[in-house]
Ligand binder design. Structure first.
Ligand code: C2E
Ligand code: CA
Ligand code: CA
Ligand code: CA
Length: 279
């Protein structure tokens, strides 16, 4: 048994070393990837429940390496956060999403709101309001078509400061959404203090509908209370007709998920837009 324990430790420390090395490797490659412009934005539609009308799109970053490999954000965003690389990467995302949005408007596509994810660091450090304002000015993308998605952890750290930043972003005319709602510590009552327009119900509550009664009750409660706070509600990660039917019965406003489309490169999203027939 003693030996076993020692072996365990050995494997454990080897695994740690491996993880640490992998991390340093990714950080190095991340810096190089920024220089080589290896990042792409994919776009996933957001639709109105009931009509199936496309009302918006969420921009989601992908890292496409030299070899064509597509690295998902959860593999590098946390590392970009820890190393400070997120500041530059986040500015690029904002710039690229607004550039694309303006190009779509200019091409005569129906106006869509573009949602961009802001990491907590990006939100609290650096002057996010100045960055957003100058990006809108440079790209010519109208502020009221930009939506910024924030997580609870970004808002809860320094509440007063966060509210102040949100108010200033609102003054620019952009929409504000709280992402992954329900996964953090905040209650809906607490949310009241924050000037937010949209609430995104986390996918984890949607996944087991209609099997899990708890999840259905929580989802219904979130929708009802968000409406009381005059926020629009969108469900993320919607994959099945049963989930859709439930959300519709509870008057959820919008949905996003594989049932409509996976995130797509811009050109493929344009094709999707053309072929899409509302319900
Ligand atoms: P998120 O903001 O919650 O984005 C939703 C994630 O769920 C996306 O994963 C999307 O592809 C996935 N998804 C959407 N519908 C479905 C569905 O029906 N089924 C399943 N299984 N998955 C679905 P993705 O693109 O891998 O992004 C993961 C996370 O990475 C995002 O979660 C977000 O937190 C972060 N992220 C992505 N792009 C950016 C970015 O530009 N900036 C920052 N700061 N974070 C980003
Ligand atoms: Ca998001
Ligand atoms: Ca989310
Ligand atoms: Ca999520």
């Amino acid at each position: 048994a003693k030996n076993e324990g020692r072996n365990c430790f050995k494997y454990f420390s080897e695994a740690l070393t491996l993880a640490a090395r992998e991390r340093i490797g990714i950080e190095f490659r991340l810096r190089r990837a920024m220089d080589n412009q290896e990042f792409r934005l994919f776009y996933q539609p957001q639709l109105k429940i009931g009509s199936g009308e496309i009302v918006g799109v969420e921009a989601l970053i992908r890292w496409q390496t030299d070899s064509g490999e597509l690295i998902p954000p959860l593999k590098f965003i946390p590392i970009a956060e820890e190393t400070g690389l997120i500041a530059g990467l986040g500015r690029w995302v904002l710039q690229e999403a607004c550039r694309q949005g303006k190009a779509w408007l200019d091409a005569g596509l129906p106006p869509l709101r573009i949602a961009v994810n802001l990491s907590p660091t990006q939100f609290m450090h650096g002057d996010i309001c100045a960055i957003v304002a100058s990006t809108l000015a440079e790209t010519g993308f109208p502020a009221n078509y930009l939506e910024l998605e924030l997580t609870e952890s970004a808002l809860m750290k320094r509440e007063k400061e966060a509210i102040d930043i949100l108010n200033r972003l609102h003054e620019l005319g952009v929409h504000l959404a709280i992402d992954d709602f329900g996964t953090g510590y905040s209650s809906l009552a607490y949310l009241k203090a924050f000037p937010l327009d949209v609430l995104k119900i986390d996918k984890s509550f949607i996944d087991d509908i209609p099997m899990q009664n708890d999840d259905m009750e929580i989802t219904a409660t979130i929708i009802a209370m968000a409406k009381t706070l005059r926020m629009q509600v969108i469900a993320e990660g919607v994959e099945t007709p049963a989930q859709m039917a439930f959300l519709r019965s509870r008057n959820c406003d919008f949905y996003q998920g594989y049932i409509a489309s996976k995130p797509l490169p811009a050109a493929e999203f344009e094709i999707f837009l053309h072929q899409h027939k509302p319900e």
